[in-house]
Design a protein around this ligand. Structure first.
Ligand code: SF4
Length: 81
């Protein structure tokens, strides 16, 4: 039987839950900073807000940097499957 791949993301460890980035759209002011720090994680949406389209698609260090770069603290860590 083929192993079903849950997403297009690779899993870096076997601890179960993995941390990824989450953008609160109500807080985001669309400054695009996070997309500059982690272009593989965030993408600007048609509504002018950023979205973490690939929440785990960079190193923890870079994602943390993007969280700290956000001027309105719209980004946080969340557990992803
Ligand atoms: S850095 Fe923060 S305010 Fe700026 S686009 Fe990203 S989430 Fe939105």
């Amino acid at each position: 039987m083929d192993d079903a791949q849950p997403t297009d993301q690779t899993t870096s460890d076997n601890t179960g839950k993995k941390k990824g980035a989450y953008v609160d759209p109500a807080t985001c002011i669309g400054c695009t900073l996070c997309t500059q720090v982690c272009p593989n994680v965030y993408e600007m949406q048609d509504d002018g807000k950023s979205k973490a389209v690939n929440p785990t698609n960079d190193t923890e260090e870079k994602i943390q940097e993007s969280i700290e770069a956000c001027p309105v603290d719209a980004i946080s860590w969340k557990d992803v499957e």
